[in-house]
Design a protein around this ligand. Structure first.
Ligand SMILES: NC(=O)c1ccc[n+]([C@@H]2O[C@H](COP(=O)([O-])OP(=O)(O)OC[C@H]3O[C@@H](n4cnc5c(N)ncnc54)[C@H](O)[C@@H]3O)[C@@H](O)[C@H]2O)c1
Length: 327
């Protein structure tokens, strides 16, 4: 039995809490939002998950139990990761297994979130977990696969053991950079598939956006010395397929509203939860410019989000000079 401390009481943190509690770990879920903890203690429910949380899960506003925890999971939106890592840094030590499940790239520094946590806490070998894992399905025990990525493969294997005998099957990967790039930027491609659907286009173009979308993320990743197979793996094309097609995907939904003509603010409001693709856009554009990588779909989404006409942008995307599929 492990003591697991989850930072963040949103849908993903809570789904993981439920799974880890089901195999008798001691699970504590923390949030900086006090009323969220009050609500969870009162109702033991989250409005987006079809589940009642067992009394064995502790919901807390305190970091007291963090120092003695074996496992710490960052399950908060990417833009808050640095702040929370700074807040908890004095409570962490190198014997703990530290996992990041948030998906994003920091806009100012272009660092991955594991690098951000490492910088703030001075803890080595943070593990990034990423893959096709909608919380809504995990919370009701539908089977799921995920990748635990870390340069130190022993740490990734600790995650395999942590989730043994659950509905989450864990693969390991040493290419943490590739896994984190995919996790952050597939959300932008899911915005693109949503926009295209909202605008009235069909499944053919959706398949094209998914295929050419992973091609541009891979192009960036290969330039940064990531492993090619990561992009055809679970955290690459696997996560992109589910994010770009599932009814549970906020990025896809948000894109759909944008494609229908709603403003960005209206679209975010209708989704009602974090839309990480929008957070990841500035970092993606900065990386494409900095390393001179052609990322036309991501650039098109950036232009639309910044007010360019959807029809004109899609037309321009489709009418770029033709090229070979093999690079
Ligand atoms: N939901 C999923 O299915 C899923 C699956 C895999 C990965 N993720 C990733 O996990 C991360 C969290 O997603 P989520 O779906 O749980 O989000 P969410 O919007 O459901 O919840 C986010 C939680 O973060 C915390 N939070 C909110 N504001 C905060 C602040 N200012 N400072 C610190 N903490 C704050 C709160 O506890 C809040 O409930 C995202 O990066 C997402 O991409 C989500």
């Amino acid at each position: 039995m492990k003591k697991v401390f989850i930072l963040g009481a949103g849908t993903w943190g809570l789904a993981l809490a439920k799974i880890l509690d089901s195999i008798n770990n001691k699970v504590i879920v923390y949030s900086v939002i006090e009323k969220e903890i009050d609500e969870l203690n009162k109702t033991r429910k989250n409005k987006n998950l079809d589940v009642i949380f067992s009394n064995t899960i502790t919901f807390t506003k305190s970091l007291e139990e963090l120092d003695s925890s074996d496992v710490v999971i960052f399950a908060i939106p990417s833009i808050y990761v640095r702040n929370i890592a700074g807040l908890v840094s004095n409570h962490l030590n190198n014997n703990q297994l530290i996992i990041d499940v948030a998906k994003g790239i920091e806009e100012d520094t272009l660092m991955t979130l594991s690098e951000v946590i490492e910088e703030e806490t001075n803890i080595k070998d943070i593990v990034a977990m990423s893959g096709p894992t909608h919380a809504e399905e995990v919370a009701i025990n539908l089977p799921t696969t995920i990748v635990a990525a870390c340069k130190n493969i022993n740490k990734a294997n600790e995650v395999v053991e942590l989730f043994r005998n659950t509905i989450i099957r864990v693969y390991v990967n040493e290419d943490i950079k590739g896994v984190e790039l995919c996790g952050a930027f597939k959300n932008i491609i899911a915005l693109a598939t949503g926009i295209s659907e909202g605008y009235g286009y069909g499944d053919n173009i959706k398949a094209a956006l998914i295929t050419r979308g992973i091609a541009e993320i891979r192009r960036l990743g290969l330039f940064l010395n990531c492993h090619e197979q990561t992009f055809s793996g679970l955290s690459g094309i696997g996560d992109l397929i589910v994010t770009a097609t599932s009814k549970h995907s906020r990025n896809n939904c948000c894109g759909y509203y944008i494609g229908k003509g709603y403003s960005i603010d209206e679209s975010i409001k209708m989704v009602g939860m974090v839309v990480e693709g929008l957070n990841a856009l500035p970092a993606a554009i900065k990386m494409a410019n900095k390393y001179n990588i052609d990322m036309p779909i991501i650039k098109a989404v950036y232009d639309i989000v910044n007010g360019k006409d959807v029809g004109i942008t899609i037309n321009e995307l489709l009418n770029r000079p033709n090229k070979s599929e093999i690079e």
